[in-house]
Design a protein around this ligand. Structure first.
Ligand code: UD1
Ligand code: CA
Length: 486
């Protein structure tokens, strides 16, 4: 079969599979037990991050969207507890490969878990670019070909490091064998069609013959790739499905490969946002995680990081050097340069920065201003209120129309407990005030500049808590004259 035929027929839906028989039971197994020696790391390979998430989590996400989390099995081994813990929230199943004796051995360990399925799609936990669409095309091709084993192959400009696909005959989808890079001859190394490490197996064909794998190779491991030759020798159908999107097969075996994958994910996220109506200047300098949402007509300046589950409304401007994690920013917000935010909520039309630090549970209402070198933590700042300069606001509930003068500090911590400061609507706090919590400032009250407020301030009153000014007339002149006499 020619490649073009393979591609066009792959777009047919699963429901059009011949036979009209009941839908086959399909599982996805993700090989994730390896250590990742080439990374020289204490962290298991599949937990290294690209695009803001562990490699394995990307693969799980694609897998679960094809078959559902309850039919996804991650084969874990090296630092198994740590890997399970990191992805437990996805709701998938785990199989233990206590000793890592190769990719073939990994599948041997999953025999019981997979026994009740007709077919198993095998993915690599270290190849995170794979998409649901490609997995579905591979599955449909496998079912249509009625193959015992189907592998996804890719033409790479630089195939170094990958297994190479040898066909029975040129132009035929049927595979003779897969040769690993290390075992390949000089002429085989020139083959640019590589084994992606993604497969579909007929479960019966796999498990009735997997015992024939041997460890007779350079690494003394059971290679899953050798199943191609094993099954072909038994007269079973082994085919390659050439992917139209070779980038999806890239694996993160080395730090350089991780960086390359991360870069691709970042740029494709930026492209997606741009096509959805977001302006991004110098997108190659911006780090935007996969789950970030941004509404149209927002402008992202160079060197911005938008991380985790951050949401940004429309018509905003995010100026350079902002680092924002898990925050919710309303429409038409101006984030001036250098703002740092985590788990913060910003209402529409607010102006933040430059250099504001909004720590978790900072809730800034519509039209509020938070300015230079202001740090907030667990506060509500009401509509239109302003804290423009050099201030710390923590554990505080601040109403609407409040003006917080420069250098104001909420003293929220007594060394053991945190206490709350309440500032009601339309209060004016003079500059350089310290508010010793717990304390409440009533509506429309004024606090004189440089006050230390330890007691509640009633509505409509003025509180001044500072030493009185003393003026000694002529004091300076007298000092000067004394010095001149000496
Ligand atoms: C493998 C393929 C190679 C293919 C490449 C694509 C084999 C022998 N070779 O090589 O043909 O071109 O993928 O990326 O399969 N793992 C386990 N248990 C083990 C060993 C590995 O779960 O005992 C897991 C690893 O964690 C990894 C995946 O299997 O997620 C692939 O293993 P890796 O060592 O990266 O294989 P490659 O050398 O990349
Ligand atoms: Ca690999």
């Amino acid at each position: 079969m020619k490649k073009s035929t393979a591609k066009s027929s792959a777009s047919a839906k699963l429901t059009s599979i011949p036979n009209g028989s009941a839908a086959p039971r399909i599982a996805i197994a993700i090989m994730a037990a390896g250590k990742g020696t080439r990374l020289k790391s204490q962290i298991p390979k599949v937990l290294h991050e690209v695009g803001g998430k562990p490699l394995l989590e990307h693969v799980i996400r694609a897998a679960a969207s094809v078959v559902g989390a309850s039919d996804v099995y991650a084969i874990v081994g090296y630092e198994a507890d740590r890997v399970r813990e990191a992805v437990r929230h996805t709701g998938i199943n785990f199989v233990l490969q206590a000793e890592q004796r190769g990719t073939g051995h990994a599948l041997m360990m999953a025999a019981d878990a997979l026994a009740r399925y007709d077919h198993v799609i095998v993915l690599s936990g270290d190849a995170p670019m794979i998409t649901a669409a490609t997995i579905e095309s591979l599955r449909d091709f496998h079912l249509r070909e009625r193959a015992a084993m189907t592998l996804l192959s890719a033409e790479l400009a630089n195939p170094t490091g990958y297994g190479r696909v040898l066909h029975k005959k040129p132009g035929s989808p049927e595979v003779r064998e897969i040769v690993e890079e290390k075992a390949a001859t000089a002429s085989q190394k020139k083959i640019r069609e590589i084994n992606s490490g993604f497969y579909v197996f007929d479960v019966k064909a796999l498990y009735s013959n997997i015992g024939q794998l041997s460890t007779d190779n350079l690494h003394a491991e059971y290679y899953l790739t050798d199943m191609a030759e094993v099954l072909r020798r038994l007269g079973k159908r082994v085919v390659a499905f050439p992917t139209a999107t070779p980038n999806e097969v890239l694996g993160g075996n080395t730090r350089a490969e991780l960086a390359a994958i991360d870069q691709q994910m970042r740029i494709s996220k930026c492209r997606q946002l741009m096509s959805d109506g977001v302006s991004i200047f110098y997108p190659e300098t911006c780090v935007i995680d996969a789950d970030v949402e941004i509404a149209p007509d927002t402008v992202i300046e160079p060197y911005v990081q938008l991380l985790g589950k951050t949401k940004i409304g429309g018509g905003c401007r995010v100026r350079s050097y902002c680092v924002i994690r898990d925050s919710d920013v309303g429409d038409n917000v101006m984030l001036r340069p250098g703002c740092i935010m985590e788990k913060a909520k910003i209402g529409a039309g607010a102006i933040i920065g430059p250099y504001s630090h909004l720590r978790p549970e900072s809730d800034i209402a519509e039209g509020a201003h938070v300015g230079n070198f202001v740090e907030t933590k667990k506060i509500k700042l009401g509509k239109g209120s302003k804290a423009n300069h050099l201030t710390y606001l923590g554990d505080a509930e601040i109403g609407a129309g409040v003006n917080i003068g420069a250098g104001t500090i909420t003293c929220n911590y007594d060394g053991v407990h945190k206490h709350k400061t309440v500032i009601e609507d339309d209060v004016f706090i003079g500059s350089d005030s310290t508010l010793v919590a717990p304390v409440r400032i009533g509506k429309r009250a004024y606090v004189g500049a440089a006050s230390c407020i330890t007691d509640d301030v009633p509505e409509d009153s003025l509180a001044v808590g500072r030493g009185r000014q003393v003026v000694k007339e002529g004091w300076a002149r007298q000092k000067r004259e004394e010095r001149a006499k000496k």
